[in-house]
Unconditional design. Structure first.
Length: 210
């Protein structure tokens, strides 16, 4: 029993404790020894998750720009993507300056998100989702059935029906110049009276009519 206790004490003082070795192990990076432990794997996992979120947001903005009739590749161009986003929400381009001012940029970012939800006919609930749950609601807005509200509302050209075969095209209206003299119409001569038909007098008694 004393031998076991002595062995454990010796291992603790020599730094050979398995738990201590886990946190005190080292990794070689560029020929230099740096400490590494279980937290390095956790940070790497968070990095992968963050990269996936960034890819999802970029793909969603690409699709949103395409829905609004803008180039989708603008989503991956810094600063220009903000300009295109302001064009989508129908706001002045000088708002870009406000997005680079501390504290003001937070307020303006929330305002742009609100106008973006309005541009796709979404309410306050969906707007809050875009603000606090962006990786979930941006793909819903992008790949869902939401239509852009500021798009071309004009109806497509309707085909012109063919003209009926017996339909006479309307004659153009003739206009009389002020300097042109209008000739009066010739009077119509009165019609000659029709002579009354001659009647045969009645025959007298005892008279024969030939």
């Amino acid at each position: 029993m004393n031998n076991i206790a002595s062995y454990l004490v010796a291992n603790v003082y020599q730094g050979s404790n398995p738990m201590m070795d886990t946190f005190s192990s080292s990794c070689s990076v560029n020929g230099q020894s740096v400490p590494c432990g279980p937290f390095e794997g956790i940070f790497a996992g968070f990095g992968v998750i963050w990269l996936a979120i960034v890819v999802i947001c970029i793909a969603s903005m690409w699709r949103i720009f395409s829905k609004a009739g803008k180039p989708g590749w603008a989503a991956i161009v810094p600063i220009y993507n903000v300009i295109v986003l302001l064009q989508v929400v129908k706001k002045p381009l000088w708002w870009v300056v406000l997005l680079f001012i501390p504290i003001v940029n937070v307020i303006m970012s929330i305002a742009v998100v609100c106008y973006l939800a309005k541009a796709f006919n979404k309410g306050i609930g969906f707007t809050l989702g875009l603000i606090f749950l962006s990786p979930i609601f941006y793909p819903i807005l992008a790949f869902g059935s939401s239509a852009y509200a500021y798009g071309d509302q004009s109806q497509p050209n309707q085909p012109v029906p063919p003209a009926q075969p017996n339909q006479t095209p309307p004659q153009p209206t003739q206009f009389v110049s002020p300097t042109q003299t209008v000739q009066p119409a010739a009077p119509v001569p009165p019609s000659e009276p029709v002579p009354p038909s001659q009647s045969i007098p009645p025959a007298q008694p005892g008279q024969f009519v030939r």
